[in-house]
Design a protein around this ligand. Structure first.
Ligand SMILES: [Zn+2]
Length: 402
């Protein structure tokens, strides 16, 4: 047993504790104590640091890491997607060294920035192997994009079989995801929901209410998305716009529940947020990406006041400058100065772990959980350590305890 001493411990389950010890035995947390351990026990003084749980990046696309700095910021979302498509036009083979090398570097970066768990979206599953070999815990969401198909069940059945062929580890699992309401047919949503329901432990993800163009498409069936689907040959002439909002549409389809991560929510209104809160759906916010893609700034104050569960993601390196969740928190703090720092930290730890089904092992400092703990250097004399931790932490300040 080792007792780690720090100037601050941030357990997430309660306010930060000054000058305390965290006892760790064989990789698990045993206790958090304000008292010095008995003589003769092994004590490690970490000094002026805050000990906190490893962070959770609940939304990223590691397979897009090769597009880092390749897609410029845009003022509208559909224009940005067009830029992504042209950057991907010369896409290397999914298993090529260019893609896989960038995935490995992205995993290293996430770890160096204090990430313990990721929710990774993949269209090719090339990230599963690298994640399974890394120290990260992860759900790899095998994401389906299919707006026009004669046989939705077969599309989802094939994807389920592909997932069954993967060998999950104790820390890395795979599950299905739907891309978005403007790119996935209603019957594909239904089949994904049914497939997810067969596995009581699986989570599911969907990009939801990200852009103004998505809102227009679901409300009227027109606008830039309609034009894009037609251009791509993916338009389904039998599709009838549901009207209302994307949240309303997916909720009334029976898609939303406590196992769904709804990503972005930039365009959600108060009624949408109430629906998500009532279903126990977790809203994953990625504000730096939203700024880059032209989706706009997420209404974080409304998110937190609505009572919806909020987690944090960086999104991919095609739309975010790095995979540092602490940097995402600093952007959240700047956008929503009145949201308590404790709530932001809760989003980046406990909420993300819970949404991804890793809360038995990650997300808080509690006895029995894995000791995947960070020691972040804090200046001597820091009085509000939570506020400091959401002010922007550089990777040089972060190290893993064990
Ligand atoms: Zn995404």
């Amino acid at each position: 047993m080792i007792h780690y001493h720090a100037s601050w411990v941030v357990p997430i389950t309660e306010p930060p504790v000054r000058d305390s010890w965290v006892a760790v035995d064989r990789g698990r947390i045993v206790a958090l104590s304000r008292r010095r351990p008995a003589d003769g026990t092994t004590e490690v003084d970490l000094g002026e640091v805050a000990i906190l749980p490893g962070l959770v990046n609940a939304h990223t696309h590691l397979e897009l890491s090769y597009l880092r700095d390749q897609v410029p910021p845009s003022s509208t979302f559909v224009a940005w997607i067009r830029d992504v498509m042209s950057a991907r036009g010369t896409r290397p083979d999914p298993g090529s060294p260019e893609i896989l090398g960038a995935v490995d570097r992205a995993i290293d970066e996430a770890l160096a920035c204090g990430t313990a768990v990721v929710g990774d979206i993949s269209n090719t599953l090339v990230t599963f192997g690298p994640l399974a070999r890394s120290p990260l815990a992860a759900i790899v969401f095998y994401e389906l994009i299919r707006f026009n198909t004669p046989d939705a069940r077969a599309v989802v059945e094939r994807a389920s079989q592909t997932l069954e062929a993967l060998a999950p580890t104790e820390r890395v699992r795979a599950s299905l995801a739907a891309h978005a309401p403007y790119s996935v047919a209603p019957l594909v949503f239904r089949a994904i929901r049914q497939a997810v329901d067969r596995d009581p432990f699986s989570a599911c993800s969907v990009h939801l209410s990200e852009s103004a163009e998505e809102m227009e498409f679901i409300r009227t069936g027109g606008g830039p998305w309609r034009a894009m689907l037609e251009e791509l040959g993916s338009w389904d002439p039998t599709w009838v716009p549901p009207g209302g909002t994307p949240v309303q549409f997916l909720d009334e389809s029976g898609f939303l529940d406590g196992r769904v991560l709804a990503v972005h929510g930039v365009q959600m209104n108060a009624a949408d947020l109430q629906r998500l809160a009532a279903r126990g759906t977790t809203l994953v916010t990625c504000p730096r990406s939203n700024g880059h893609t032209g989706a706009g700034a997420p209404p974080l104050d409304e998110f937190y006041h609505s009572g919806v569960r909020v987690a944090v993601g960086t999104d991919s390196l095609a739309s975010a400058p790095d995979l540092n969740v602490f940097a995402e928190l600093a952007t959240m703090r700047a956008l929503a100065p009145s949201v308590p720092a404790a709530a932001l930290l809760d989003s980046a730890t406990r909420q993300g772990s819970r949404a991804l089904g890793f809360d038995a092992d990650f997300g808080t400092i509690e006895s029995g959980k894995l000791a995947r703990l960070l020691a972040v250097t804090v200046p001597a004399g820091t009085s509000n350590v939570e506020e400091y931790l959401v002010s922007g932490i550089a990777r040089e300040q972060i190290r893993w305890i064990e």
